[in-house]
Design a protein around this ligand. Structure first.
Ligand SMILES: NC(=O)c1ccc[n+]([C@@H]2O[C@H](COP(=O)([O-])OP(=O)(O)OC[C@H]3O[C@@H](n4cnc5c(N)ncnc54)[C@H](OP(=O)(O)O)[C@@H]3O)[C@@H](O)[C@H]2O)c1
Length: 367
């Protein structure tokens, strides 16, 4: 089979690529990877660096040349011109994992976020509809917005518009576009939605993740803070964050791709309680001058310290909607039938994955 995977240098895309070869090596003819150049490193060099990295799984290390032979790196500038590199080749699975994970709530960021997620997805689908047998879209479990309560896998009717940010809105808009366009053109669409990605649970090195986002940014902020100021974190007793290990999410994506599943949340069956989780993060990064409050904190209500002001004017703006979200329960029965969610203690996992990031000084992996 032939596969196109976008976002292969990303946190999730890199693990999807590894899992594709681990699970499906014999049946793969070619994997096409549209990749951007970065800091004068060519697309090919970036992929080779990734495949040769210490973080590649053993299967990749032991079969490196055969795997390289099955990969065709495409300069991403050609992405919307498939004829130029596909000719008449047909694609069995187009996995669209490239995305712009930006949790900004600033109105000025909206256009860019919609361009990178929604317009980009639309352009890709239009460009490839004559070439593909199935389109798999990597969305986010938060695409339905902050609606709280029990969440099943079907987000097509969850249209309350209570998005926490433009990212969620742009991902949900992409989902809805694809479901409609796929139906019109008779191309099966599969929407797979991980929750917040955390470090590996099973793969070596344990707790590795290539880029530190979302809750890692919270940890990094307080790790780097040498201010003695007190900070009040606005949250609620019931708010939780659903975190899923990246290795598990990638394995599920590869297991689900050839099944007749239309929508699937790749989430933990339980949320990590945020007050408990943040307390553990503070322990790991050695910050203890904090308290939790149910009050809203912003420029109107006033700040009690410079650190508080800095937090609420920077990462706090992005994270606050999640720290004050309604709790959710997730229907994981279909997910569990594809691959059981590994069993582990949620708070201990958070401690370990943040400790790993701290040991790497929260520096993301460059390739
Ligand atoms: N991170 C999370 O916690 C999370 C949770 C749930 C769902 N997701 C979804 O999972 C998918 C992958 O996210 P991630 O965490 O792997 O993100 P990431 O680490 O930031 O990686 C994004 C990937 O997309 C590529 N990309 C972005 N814009 C592109 C463009 N215009 N042309 C070509 N390539 C482009 C990036 O290429 P470069 O390397 O060149 O920048 C990179 O390979 C996204 O769709 C995201 O919405 C992420």
């Amino acid at each position: 089979m032939n596969i196109i995977l976008t976002g292969a240098t990303g946190t999730l895309g890199s693990k999807i690529l590894f899992s594709l070869f681990e699970q499906k090596f014999p049946s793969i003819e070619k994997v096409f990877l549209p990749i951007r150049s970065k800091n004068s490193i060519t697309p090919e060099e970036r992929i080779l660096k990734m495949l040769r990295s210490e973080y590649a799984p053993n299967f990749i290390k032991s079969n490196l040349q055969q795997i390289i032979d099955k990969i065709q790196v495409i300069d991403a500038t050609l992405l919307l011109n498939p004829k130029s590199f596909l000719g008449d080749v047909k694609i069995n699975f187009f996995i669209h994992s490239a995305g712009f994970v930006n949790l900004s709530t600033d109105i000025e960021a909206k256009e860019d976020i919609f361009k990178e997620n929604f317009e980009f997805t639309k352009d890709i689908f239009k460009a490839y509809s004559a070439y593909i047998k199935k389109f798999i879209y990597i969305s986010t479990a938060f695409a339905a917005g902050d609606i709280g309560g029990f969440l099943d896998n079907d987000y097509s009717t969850k249209d309350k518009g209570k998005y926490r940010n433009h990212y969620e809105a742009s991902k949900h808009a992409s989902e809805k576009y694809l479901l409609q366009a796929g139906k019109a053109q008779n191309i099966p669409i599969q929407i797979l939605r991980p929750s917040v990605l955390g470090g590996n649970i099973k793969d070596q090195p344990h707790f590795f993740i290539s880029k530190y986002m979302v809750f890692y940014l919270f940890a990094k902020f307080f790790h780097n803070s040498n201010s003695g100021d007190l900070i009040r974190i606005s949250t609620t007793e019931t708010a939780g964050l659903n975190i899923i290990p990246t290795d598990y999410a990638a394995k599920v994506i590869v297991k689900a791709m050839d099944r007749e599943i239309k929508q699937l949340n790749i989430v933990h069956s339980k949320e990590t309680n945020l007050m408990a989780g943040m307390s553990k993060i503070f322990d790991v990064v050695g910050f203890d001058n904090f308290s939790f409050t149910n009050e809203k904190i912003n420029a109107m209500t006033g700040f009690k310290s410079d650190l508080e002001k800095f937090y609420y004017e920077t990462i706090g703006i992005h994270l606050n909607p999640y720290l004050t979200s309604k709790p959710n329960q997730w229907d994981t029965s279909l997910l569990e039938s594809i691959m059981p969610i590994p069993s582990y203690d949620l708070e201990e996992y958070l401690i370990q994955t943040v400790s790993f990031a701290k040991s790497k000084k929260f520096r993301s992996q460059q390739w």
